[in-house]
Write a protein that binds this ligand. Structure first.
Ligand SMILES: Nc1nc2c(ncn2[C@@H]2O[C@H](COP(=O)(O)OP(=O)(O)OP(=O)(O)O)[C@@H](O)[C@H]2O)c(=O)[nH]1
Ligand SMILES: [Zn+2]
Length: 466
């Protein structure tokens, strides 16, 4: 979506309206001020180069990401309804009016109202036309996006899409199925304790109107049959109850491990997030939003700057023991390449304050006779550099430099990551991911060594974590 041009962005809204995200608008300024408070709360210097534009970028991302509040379904659907007369009534539903129409696999992003992080969803929409009218297919996606671009929870999102399409198209019925994926809430302690602490919270929700109003209606069988036909298997027994409780990991029991004093100690950050909600046109006192500021601050505090530096000192102290020779140190010719692959990490993009996550692969040469570095130490290094405001290139380099400083030399690091800021906003490149490489010592001069290490990296490692 648009580029940043002298601090001013014009987002074209689907129904022709324009949303100006200008640095001069009071809402933008208020969000920028709040973001500065958040950055300071993280122990960051708001004037450092990488962060100078962050307040505006975050304001822009949030205002774009909630632009649905300003859009009207009527404007989208009206004018896109056109007559398509089938055979006359009484001889079945052979195409045209009366036959089920489905649009599958619409990739969308929404914002979780419980924690203010984006969540990904695959949307499947179907409707049975009536009144000899069908609607332009793209409008099904556009209408879904109007409601996705708000602070949402999955079931309400499905219900709102369904109801808006029903009122807009006036069909015999509408069916909506959403497959929603919410990023997990890692934190330093739990990641270190549990290497499998990663992944996603998934829920499946559905909503139906008219001929889809009854869960057992034949129309649902047709709809689900077609989804399955395309490889989408939906167990509708899961659809209704899976979100009775809040699905957001910010309200799960594992989050209770994070001391609430942490948030209580940062009242200015919590107030800043509440002011962001107000600037987006939301009511921070709305029941579902009351806890959102503290949830978001808890997430953000994972990436606090000073805490990590302290921890880094701590783990650096123990390193010398791990490197005690394990017998005779042999000559350089006898060095062996070691690799540690698929170390998962979480980080936070310093440009947009959105998560990026993926896997790190580390290769190094180490003389025979030296204990090679344990996986847990490497994992610690990865997490220590991950849990801060970052860019991927810096993360890659810092890991390489740290491992190299321990081993004195030949290190290669590959980081493969998915950037939420590339997917949930801006350019919206679903399925894209980024790889970065840092090479030190022998790896920087020896293509064969680099090739050997790269060949050891399994294919499609990033997709394993999606
Ligand atoms: N090199 C690098 N760029 C990153 C990383 N994370 C985010 N970015 C990019 O930072 C850039 C910020 O560019 P700007 O033009 O100032 O901000 P923007 O208008 O929000 O950019 P768009 O994402 O193009 O909308 C974007 O191109 C992002 O894709 C990272 O880890 N490394
Ligand atoms: Zn959430």
């Amino acid at each position: 979506m648009g580029s940043l041009d002298e601090g001013h962005l014009c987002v074209e809204i689907e129904n022709g309206m324009k949303l100006d995200v200008s640095e001069k608008e009071p809402e933008t300024i208020a969000i920028e001020d709040a973001v500065k408070v958040l950055l300071q709360g993280l122990g960051e210097d708001v004037n450092r180069d990488g962060l100078k534009k962050t307040p505006f970028r975050v304001a822009k991302a949030l205002r774009e990401g909630t632009r649905g509040y300003k859009q009207k379904v009527k404007d989208i659907v009206q004018g896109a309804l056109f007559p398509e007369v089938g055979l006359h009534d009484g001889v079945g539903h052979a195409g045209g009016v009366g036959g089920l129409v489905i649009v599958r696999n619409l990739d969308l992003f929404s914002y979780c109202e419980s924690c203010l992080l984006p969540f990904q969803l695959k949307c499947h929409v179907g409707y049975v036309p009536s009144g000899q009218q069908v609607v332009g297919l793209s409008k099904l996606s556009r209408v879904a996006d109007v409601f996705a671009k708000r602070l949402q929870d999955p079931q309400r999102l499905a219900d709102e899409i369904c109801s808006a399409l029903h009122h807009g198209i006036k069909p015999a019925g509408v069916a909506v199925i959403l497959e929603c994926l919410h990023i997990h809430f890692p934190n330093v302690e739990s990641v270190l304790l549990d290497s499998k602490h990663q992944g996603w919270v998934k829920v499946l929700v559905s909503s139906g109107s008219g001929v889809f109003g009854n869960e057992n209606a034949d129309a649902w069988s047709d709809f689900l049959g077609l989804l399955k036909f395309r490889g989408v298997t939906v167990d509708r027994t899961l659809t209704r109850d899976s979100v009775n409780q809040s699905w957001c990991p910010s309200s799960s029991s594992s989050m209770a491990k994070i001391p609430s004093e942490l948030v209580a100690a940062k009242p200015e950050m919590v107030a800043a997030v509440a002011s962001i909600l107000r600037s987006l046109g939301e009511d921070p006192l709305r029941k579902e939003l009351v806890e959102t500021p503290s949830h978001f601050v808890r997430w953000l505090m994972n990436f606090e700057n000073t805490k990590l530096e302290m921890k880094l000192n701590g783990f650096a102290c123990g390193i010398s023991d791990l490197l005690k020779p394990n017998g005779e140190i042999s000559s350089r010719n006898n060095e062996q390449m070691h690799s540690e692959l698929n170390l998962s990490f979480w980080s936070q993009c310093e440009h947009h304050l959105l998560p990026f996550y993926g896997v790190v692969h580390i290769g190094y040469f180490c003389p025979k006779g030296i204990n090679h570095l344990g996986k847990s130490l490497l994992r610690s290094i990865v997490h220590f550099y991950g849990f801060k405001l970052q860019v991927q290139e810096r993360l890659t380099r810092q890991i390489a430099e740290t491992v190299s400083s321990i081993l004195g030399g030949d290190v290669m690091v590959v980081v493969e990551a998915n950037h939420t800021c590339m997917i949930s906003r801006g350019i919206e490149k679903f399925g894209s991911n980024t790889a970065t490489i840092a090479v030190l010592g022998r790896f920087s001069t020896d293509p064969a060594a680099r090739a050997m290490f790269l060949q050891s990296i399994p294919d499609d490692t990033t997709s394993q974590i999606l």
